[in-house]
Design a protein around this ligand. Structure first.
Ligand SMILES: [Zn+2]
Length: 79
């Protein structure tokens, strides 16, 4: 199993965050929280998901790149 920044269990409406995020800039933590919350509205990474992300955190691509430069990555549980 790969290390995750965060996971979202849409059925249980539960979000888990990797505590390693505490060491990252607050904006990155915010990005992950919003990302996981958007999964409660839209389960997959589709156009609707992107629309919500643009709405809630317009600079999300920047924070995503910031986190992708690091060894961990975000993946989702599939329910
Ligand atoms: Zn996701």
């Amino acid at each position: 199993m790969r290390t995750r920044w965060g996971t979202c269990n849409t059925r249980a409406k539960r979000i888990w965050l990797n505590l390693e995020l505490a060491k990252k800039p607050t904006e990155c933590l915010e990005y992950i929280i919003i990302h996981e919350l958007v999964h409660l509205l839209e389960r997959s990474h589709n156009k609707i998901f992107t629309k919500y992300m643009n709405e809630f955190i317009p600079k999300w691509k920047f924070y995503k790149d910031e986190l992708n430069r690091l060894p961990f990555c975000h993946t989702d549980w599939n329910y």
